[in-house]
Every structure is written in structure tokens, then in C-alpha cells.
Design a protein around this ligand. Structure first.
Ligand SMILES: C[S@@+](CC[C@H](N)C(=O)[O-])C[C@H]1O[C@@H](n2cnc3c(N)ncnc32)[C@H](O)[C@@H]1O
Length: 380
């Protein structure tokens, strides 16, 4: 089979028993969801080849040039270095031989194959396309990737939404993991960080058995105001609070009550923390004894793996503005299961578990996998 072919491999049925054990089966390996996600991943390969054709000198590519060589030859700005590295990494991960002409691509066919089975995935393709269109302009220093991509409000409103099947999976996994840890005897007090437009908040409010109070935090005022409007209208009976917490600063000084939360949650946020262990330590302090941290994240299968879903974020300087650590996170972006486990351990958490069990599953499913990273502040 050609690496660019739309005949993606179906899930291995041995994936299902470990998922059933945590109440997720067949998610995330529901055959349609699985095929649709693999087609989005394949789309990122087609995009990467198109961008290499546009941005990289073919003679240099053919002789195995590095991202730095391609950057210098193209006269591109230093901020584009991670994106150029990602393009090469995506091609290498697919086993493409760059010594000859680049293969033909057919983005429209991949997109059509995916949308035929999963029409709700449109925002995933829109995001990939919008980001891809910015790559050349970011490379030449004509625009700042953060400003140009993050200002596209309608893009994010459609993308971070439970009606977008590509994104909603993250929220379902986190909700299942949190619901399984909810105390039986009393309603939960929840703190959410980086809540964005409130898609995970909505899933958790629906999925947790009972909620006494929910503190929704998000630093971007546009996202926060919109989330507040939607959530207050949908959940008039829940005690909702809203705030602008930046996870990189001290949390108590930003209105977070110490030792007062049953859950601290965040979906696709914690990997953006500048000093991950310091941020996890703040989350630990916000939890009551016996409380749970539940973090929704895409998990990198191994430290060098190039993850297709990271295509749009490679042009964001904010995505790379984190402290790396050889053991926890040798690169910015997503962490491995081992990286997360070690980070939570260093921050003081016990009963650390990834839901589903990514380590057990990753021989059967080679790509990045969405998971809830869970850890507990021990009872005293
Ligand atoms: C990938 S989005 C996820 C949004 C939301 N959790 C959801 O799943 O719908 C990441 C969110 O993290 C927020 N964020 C980025 N840096 C942050 C920081 N330093 N502190 C808190 N939130 C941050 C962004 O504003 C954005 O809303």
C-alpha cells in the first residue's frame, strides 16, 4: 500500500477489551471514528508534501538537507524552524523517500473520503487548510502565526465544539475518566483551566453525576465571554463562576481557592504550560485531599514521533514557548505517557493512570491517542 493511499487500516480488535474496562468501548476505536481520524492524519501528510513542494529547494531535499539548511536556502525567518522540521518529520514518519520527485497528492479525495463517513469533521479540515495557507507567509516573516491563526474566531468556534466529531472525542474521554472518579456521597466542586469556548465544560456538566460548583477559567476574554453566555443559558441551575486564570502564574493569587476542589480538569491545555511541573503543582494545591486531576491530552506514542494533529500549531510561537526537559518533554507540544506519568509524580500526585491505557494500546494503534491523564492528591 502507498503511504498516500486512502485505504487506511481498520482498528485491531484487540484494542477493545482494555477500553471496555474503562467504560470507553468502542470509543476511541469506533470503526468510523477511527477511520475518519486516520483520514485526517493522512490529510496532514498530503498537506506536508504540498508545502514541501512549495517551500523546500528540491535539490536540497533530495540530498537529505536539514530543516536549518532549507530555512537558510529559502531565506525564511527563524520562527519557521519548528514548522519546517515538522514538515520533514511528517514525510519521514510516512517513510517517504525524498531523494526523488515528491509524490502526487490529492487532498480533495482524502477529505471527501473522510466527510462521506463523518460529515461533522469539516472543522478539522478547515483548520488544517487555514494553517497550511499561512505556512508560506509565516516562513517569509509576512505574518505572525499566533496573531494570524488565533484571530480567526469563527474557525475556533466551529473547531472547539462537541458537534465537531474530531474534537469531541477528547471531551468524551475526559468525561468518562472524571465520572468514574466522582465521589458517591456528595456533588463535585470543579475547577477547569483553559476552558476556551466551554466544549469540555459542557461535556463534564452533562457527564458528571452531580456538580455543586464549577469554576470555569480561560485567559482569552473573547473565548471566556462566549463560554459564559452559552453555559449560563444552558445550565441555569448550576453555580458557575468565571475567571481569567493563566496557568503559568500562581493560582491562589488569581482567585483559585486552595485545597477546595474535587476535580481540576483541563483539555488540551496543560501541554502549553511553560513549566509543566510547577503548573501541575498549582493544580495539586487547588485540590482537596482525595481530589483528582483529570487532564485531556493527545499522547505522543514515542518521544520522536511526529503527530499529524500538530500541523496547525507548528506556526504558533506560543506552542513552542515551553521549558523542555530530556525526561518529561524533550520537545514542545504533546508528551508521551511516560512523560506525563513522571510529571505528575514530580508534582506529588499518586494513583497516576492514563485512561485508556495508552501504553498497553500503543502496539495496536500506532498514532497519537487521546487520553485522560489522571492523578490524585492523596487523602491525609
Ligand atoms: C486547545 S484549546 C482548548 C479549549 C478547551 N479546553 C476545549 O477543549 O474546548 C487551549 C486553551 O488553552 C488556553 N490557554 C493557552 N495558554 C494558557 C495559559 N497560559 N493559561 C490558561 N489557559 C491557556 C487557550 O486560550 C485555549 O482556550
Amino acid at each position: 500500500m502507498n503511504a498516500l493511499d486512502i485505504d487506511v487500516t481498520p482498528p485491531d480488535s484487540r484494542c477493545y477489551p482494555p477500553l471496555a474496562a474503562v467504560g470507553l468501548s468502542p470509543d476511541p476505536f469506533d470503526p468510523i471514528q477511527d477511520r475518519a481520524c486516520k483520514l485526517v492524519d493522512l490529510y496532514t501528510l498530503h498537506v506536508a508534501i504540498d508545502l514541501l513542494r512549495e517551500l523546500a529547494d528540491p535539490a536540497l531535499l533530495a540530498c537529505g538537507a536539514s530543516a536549518d539548511d532549507l530555512l537558510t536556502k529559502g531565506g525564511y525567518v527563524a520562527a519557521f524552524r519548528p514548522a519546517m522540521g515538522w514538515l520533514l518529520g511528517r514525510a519521514a514518519a510516512a517513510g517517504l523517500d525524498l531523494s526523488g520527485p515528491l509524490p502526487r497528492t490529492d487532498r480533495a479525495a482524502v477529505r471527501a473520503a473522510c466527510l462521506a463517513i463523518a460529515p461533522s469533521f469539516v472543522p478539522a479540515f478547515t483548520l488544517m487548510d487555514e494553517a497550511a495557507a499561512l505556512y508560506p507567509r509565516v516562513a517569509r516573516g509576512e505574518v505572525n502565526g499566533d496573531r494570524a491563526l488565533l484571530m480567526k474566531a469563527s474557525l475556533w468556534v466551529a473547531y472547539f465544539d462537541n458537534r465537531n466529531g474530531y474534537y469531541a472525542l477528547n471531551n468524551r474521554v475526559v468525561t468518562a475518566a472524571a465520572a468514574a472518579r466522582a465521589p458517591a456521597a456528595r456533588p463535585a466542586r470543579v475547577l477547569e483551566v483553559g476552558a476556551g469556548l466551554g466544549s469540555a465544560t459542557e461535556a463534564l456538566l452533562k457527564g458528571l453525576p452531580a456538580v455543586e460548583r464549577y469554576h470555569v477559567t480561560e485567559p482569552i476574554p473573547f473565548f471566556r465571554r462566549r463560554a459564559e453566555r452559552t453555559l449560563r443559558a444552558a445550565y441555569p441551575g448550576v453555580a458557575l463562576e468565571f475567571g481569567g486564570l493563566d496557568v503559568n502564574g500562581p493560582w491562589a493569587a488569581q482567585g483559585v481557592r486552595p485545597a477546595d476542589h474535587t476535580f481540576v480538569v483541563g483539555v488540551n491545555v496543560f501541554h502549553l504550560a511553560r513549566d509543566l511541573v510547577a503548573t501541575l503543582r498549582e493544580a495539586f494545591e487547588a485540590l482537596e485531599p482525595g481530589g483528582w486531576l483529570v487532564v485531556g491530552e493527545a499522547i505522543r506514542p514515542h518521544p520522536e514521533a511526529c503527530v499529524g494533529a500538530e500541523l496547525p500549531f507548528q506556526i504558533l510561537q506560543s506552542y513552542h514557548a515551553v521549558e523542555t526537559d530530556p525526561e518529561l518533554r524533550p520537545t514542545p507540544g504533546f508528551l508521551t505517557a511516560e512523560g506525563w506519568t513522571e510529571a505528575l509524580r514530580r508534582a506529588g500526585f499518586t494513583e497516576i493512570e492514563l485512561v485508556p491505557d495508552v501504553v498497553r494500546l500503543r502496539d495496536l494503534w500506532k498514532g497519537a491517542m487521546t487520553a485522560a491523564v489522571c492523578g490524585r492528591r492523596a487523602q491525609v
